[in-house]
Design a protein around this ligand. Sequence first.
Ligand SMILES: Nc1ncnc2c1ncn2[C@@H]1O[C@H](COP(=O)(O)OP(=O)(O)O)[C@@H](O)[C@H]1O
Ligand SMILES: [Mg+2]
Length: 251
Amino acid sequence: MLETRGLSKAFRGRPAVIDLDLSLPGGVVFAFLGPNGSGKTTTVRMLTTVLRPSGGEARVMGFDVVREAERVRRVVAAVPQGAVMSYHLDLVGNITTYLVLAGLSPREARRRTEEALERFGLREHRRKKPHEVSGGLRRRAELARVLARRVPVLFLDEPTAGLDPGARRELWEEVRSLGREGCLVFLTTHSFEEAEAVADVVGIMSGGRLAASGRPGELAASLGALSLEEAYFRVIGGAGGGPGSPGSSLP
Ligand SMILES: Nc1ncnc2c1ncn2[C@@H]1O[C@H](COP(=O)(O)OP(=O)(O)O)[C@@H](O)[C@H]1O
Ligand SMILES: [Mg+2]
């Protein structure tokens, strides 16, 4: 469902993602770990056609992210890092507009908006603007509208950053059920607890390279580590991506 070969990106000659090979089937939750600046968001942005790769190739559901970008956009949806909703519209307006821009008819968009508000417990906040609700609710609304597109491949960039423990758990439950329904969920996270709770497959980025990947338990065992956390620190070598590597600078 998702394949990359030698996928690379450099910014003004500085490598951010180097020779990435990934192969992920549907029905899998993939957790992408790695220090700040190790290339996770850049990878997500290439796979969602926001950024053009500098080298290599990537296919999502068989579609090339450069040559068939339009088709890729129809099968992927992303919750980017950071706030992305319009502060001029209320939650209903935000969700409906997003769905119309994604290609749904206004009527279908309104129908799915109501469904999403219901499913995510946002109905009583429907007329509030994003800055009038808590960060957790806002994040939930961002997720709700993306899930309402019902696409087979979802990218969630640090989806639980800033959420309280209850909201995190709810989101994990949602992510697992999407996986069971056959979706490919590609999420980046800094939380080992999160990766262990939701991921079927884990990848660890370090300095722009995929330094390790596999099922969480097997990955740890293959590195002689007792936990994902221990494996992570073995792979990244201390606190960062190493001196002079792209992983050593903050984004
Ligand atoms: N648009 C950009 N222009 C220049 N450099 C960038 C850009 N986006 C990311 N980078 C650099 O690429 C590297 C990887 O960043 P990023 O993919 O955001 O890492 P992560 O998401 O793992 O924290 C960092 O060194 C960052 O500064
Ligand atoms: Mg990032």
